[in-house]
Design a protein around this ligand. Sequence first.
Ligand code: ADP
Ligand code: MG
Length: 357
Amino acid sequence: MGNPFYPSYGILPKVFLGREDIIREFLYGLENAPGDPNRSTAITGARGTGKTAVLKEIGKEMLRLGWIPVYVLMKNELLDDIYEETIHSCKEHIKQESKRKVTGISLFQVSINWENIEQEERWEAKMHNLLSQLTEKSIGVVFEIDEVQGNSEDLRRFAAFFQQYREAFKIALLMAGIPHQLDSVFSDKVISFLRRSRLKQLGLLSASESKILIRKTFSLSHKHITEEAVDFIAEKSGGFPYLIQLLGYEVWESAADDIDIEQTRAGVNKAETYIGSSLIELILQDLSLTDKDFIYGLAALRTPAKVSDLMEYTRFDRNKLNQYRRRLDREGVIYSPERGYVDFVIPYMKEYLSERL
Ligand SMILES: Nc1ncnc2c1ncn2[C@@H]1O[C@H](COP(=O)(O)OP(=O)(O)O)[C@@H](O)[C@H]1O
Ligand SMILES: [Mg+2]
């Protein structure tokens, strides 16, 4: 029996916990009439809060209701990926046209290139054909588009198609992305209907959810852990899903079969050495230079920091400070514990940044 924790992105954990409201509402939308607003939902939150995990968990749950998830990561060839993935995920339910794979064969100097012919068939017509077959059999399709980013011609075309056929076909849309990327999609005038999607923000898990998650995950293995140790991991993770997996993983690795608080401390120390490269740096990559000036300033102060002290340190004027404060709050990086104060949301971020000042 191996380690039951998975400290990596995009994988459904062995034990998935919390987020019940989001999951219930989306599934409710699938059972309800086609016009239900939940049938277009966007999930947002900082990296590591569990957006992809929610997509995958919902993907599992919807099968019972006769819906099939079509999961794609948003890349350059979004339309092709959606088409290919729909065929792949629904292959038992659709008639496959015979694939004409003959390319570049010369017959008496006449070059036949079937692939070009196929590509010329419009994407919309091909999707229409697939979805008609599925809707006829009363099978629904949920397009799950992960790591959504703005300004893509393919996304515009997909959105227009979705909007046009959302009543005629049994289809729904579930997107995930970090906040400013989702914002840029929503502010695109061409696909303004997306703005009416249900927006769900993922935050931290509660202390009791974190403890149950840790306890349940350990119980999938043969190693036994004390309550005190569970509490310690929960507290150190701050309820941040990725950190629960990372700390749990290292504690499990470094401990014998009966895990006490001493072994747990050692495991957590080990995990701490990876938090910078596996989480904080990834979050920093998504931020602008001025965002970074703001958070390095915050890291230099005692937190929660007074907004006026932060203004003095960063030399931002009030407008600029407020603007970046709102941005970073929305991004899930900082929050306001009380009026006039700001602090970091993500555990270990302050320590990591202040070491680098
Ligand atoms: N609700 C949850 N319960 C248990 N583990 C979770 C949960 N949400 C996320 N995780 C774990 O946290 C890590 C990050 O999740 P992921 O979905 O990849 O984040 P995101 O897509 O937001 O960057 C993964 O290891 C995942 O298994
Ligand atoms: Mg993800």
